[in-house]
Unconditional design. Structure first.
Length: 575
């Protein structure tokens, strides 16, 4: 409430009260960030420094806070002098059920450029862009081509600015719209301190869209009269979506995909506009680049490569040609009518060579991630490298970590797989399914290492539904196999390990790694006859583990795999 009333000094004190009483809790990362936001805006650099210092290792080990910790480290490396901060009064657009996060950010930038348009009138203009005549159903706003169409529809013009011109635009009283190339989301920069690394921007991805509440009387009057929302409503939205960032990290993120941001200016009725100093008036090449990318995303590979052929030579053009050529191969036998150009074939060949992913944009890396499941030409190593590069930019993305763990080699792996499994469970807030998957992965890696044993103990302690009953077993049968594998890995001796591996194989009898570990435990315990039986059963289940194993697929990624005695059986073979 204090942040919504722009009472930053009091809000910083309230956030500090929260941090002191919950130094390691689910909401601490957000409290650290918001305390620093309020303290920086009020000019209390010491309190901001204290708050940012709370993003420590014990907090990162329990919750997905690595992104917050990176931001804090970058800001703390600067003087944290907020004198002369550049702030732009940007009334944020209130989210609606028909507005995506990206649309909210775009409307906020347009609203700042055209203050004569009320929020209600601005939203009413969206009916012209709707797919449906009965309700507002809007197309997505992803790249610069989508943005230019949407902004021009609302009577404004998007101008391209370089990341080193963001502070210059803020000094002119203009908020800056930018697209995060890794998270594929739009944000609006509204505050920056040139003498420090801190920057504030509006992130509509934080808005709690699951909140259900009745309309207030003021909102009803606004709907009836088409009036502007009350100032306290705007403050509530700004407090909800404000995010603390680092200018250096923001520029580094924008640099991986062309180093561009957007300043929105009003257009006259005749289509003319005035470009501010430091902004490029034409973004035709950038719009063409995104048209080619979107064609490839929609699997119009031939159109995408033809559009990319009109681009200037460079890495963005080559990566579109390469992925378009790979996509054409995935459609089936080559057709002379849709054969890629020789340039596209050469680019595709270079992409699949060792080191070919060096310097690729996040867009290209995500396309490789999407194509790997249906294109045999993309090797497991290339797929894992693409995911690792995405993970380096967004370490708290649960989806990236989950797919990376599914492609990681499990058996025989070491501490890196253990760390990856822990990162995945933390990013998914230690959900039961993620912990059960991590238990299985770590138990099948090198469980004798201290890191693996410590991880197994921590994971079992984190999941409430695995509290054992009087017989030492968890309550649900679906949880038994990974739990038994973890207990076998933590066993004190071979005979105890045999007991737990027997239970695991009884519950999941077609799991090849479990049968193999059972045979090893039986041999270590001196049960030679039963060990031979277990090995024979293991040979019956042997398959090929192509790209690791996911939470539901025990290492199987295809249905045409052969038997070399070392991998996992595919689901089709199991059926």
């Amino acid at each position: 409430r204090r942040m919504a009333r722009d009472d930053d000094s009091a809000a910083a004190g309230e956030w500090a009260w929260v941090i002191r009483r919950a130094p390691v809790a689910p909401g601490t990362c957000r409290a650290v960030e918001q305390c620093a936001v309020s303290a920086l805006r009020s000019g209390d650099s010491e309190l901001a420094r204290w708050a940012l210092g709370r993003a420590r290792g014990d907090l990162i080990a329990e919750f997905p806070c690595e992104t917050t910790a990176r931001t804090a480290a970058a800001i703390l490396a600067t003087p944290l002098d907020t004198r002369g901060a550049l702030a732009v009064n940007t009334p944020p657009i209130r989210p609606e059920s028909y507005l995506s996060d990206n649309w909210c950010a775009v409307l906020t930038a347009v609203r700042a450029a055209r203050p004569e348009l009320s929020e209600v009138r601005l939203k009413n203009r969206l009916q012209a862009a709707s797919y449906s005549p009965d309700e507002i159903n809007l197309p997505p706003v992803d790249g610069f081509d989508d943005l230019r169409w949407a902004v021009r529809l609302l009577g404004a013009e998007p101008l391209v600015v370089a990341s080193d011109r963001i502070e210059e635009m803020l000094g002119q009283g203009r908020p800056v719209l930018f697209r995060d190339p890794v998270r594929r989301s739009w944000g609006v920069v509204v505050w920056a301190a040139p003498k420090s690394d801190a920057v504030l921007w509006l992130d509509y991805g934080r808005w709690d869209r699951d909140r259900e509440r009745p309309l207030s009387q003021a909102e009803v009057r606004q709907l009836v009269s088409s009036a502007e929302p009350a100032e306290q409503d705007r403050g509530r939205v700004r407090a909800e979506v404000s995010r603390l960032g680092s200018m250096s990290l923001l520029r580094a993120s924008l640099a991986v995909d062309g180093d561009w941001a957007v300043a929105v200016v009003p257009r006259a009725r005749d289509g003319t506009f005035t470009a501010p100093p430091g902004a490029a008036t034409h973004g035709d090449a950038l719009a063409l680049l995104w048209q080619a990318r979107h064609a490839v995303e929609k699997r119009a590979y031939l159109l995408g490569t033809r559009l990319a052929g009109r681009l200037a030579a460079g890495r963005p053009r080559d990566e579109i040609l390469a992925i378009g050529a790979l996509g054409l191969r995935s459609l089936g036998p080559p057709d002379p009518a849709r054969r890629p150009s020789p340039d596209a074939d050469r680019a595709a060949a270079g992409l699949l060579r060792p080191g070919g992913l060096e310097g690729l944009s996040p867009w290209a890396l995500r396309e490789i991630d999407e194509m790997a499941a249906r294109l045999p030409a993309v090797s497991c190593e290339s797929h894992r490298e693409a995911l690792e590069r995405l993970r380096a930019w967004d370490p708290d993305d649960a989806g990236i970590l989950e797919r990376l763990l599914a492609r990681a080699p499990i058996e025989g792996s070491g501490e890196e797989t253990v760390r990856l499994a822990l990162d995945m469970t933390r990013a998914k807030s230690f959900s039961p399914d993620s912990i059960l998957w991590a238990l299985r992965v770590i138990a099948l890696s090198k469980p004798e290492t201290p890191a693996a044993r410590g991880a197994l103990v921590a994971l079992i302690r984190h999941i409430p539904i695995l509290v054992p009953d009087a017989k030492g077993m968890p309550g649900s049968r679906a949880n038994l196999a990974p739990y038994c594998a973890a207990r076998a890995a933590l066993s004190a001796g071979p005979r105890e390990a045999v007991a737990w591996w027997r239970r695991a194989t009884e519950i999941d009898p077609k799991n090849f790694p479990y049968q193999r570990r059972l045979a090893e435990a039986l041999a270590a315990a001196g049960e030679t006859a039963e060990a031979a039986t277990a090995r024979a059963r293991q040979q019956e289940l042997a398959g090929v583990e192509r790209c690791g194993g996911g939470p539901d697929e025990e290492g199987a990624t295809g249905e045409e795999e052969t038997d070399d005695g070392e991998g996992l059986m595919t689901r089709e073979a199991q059926r």
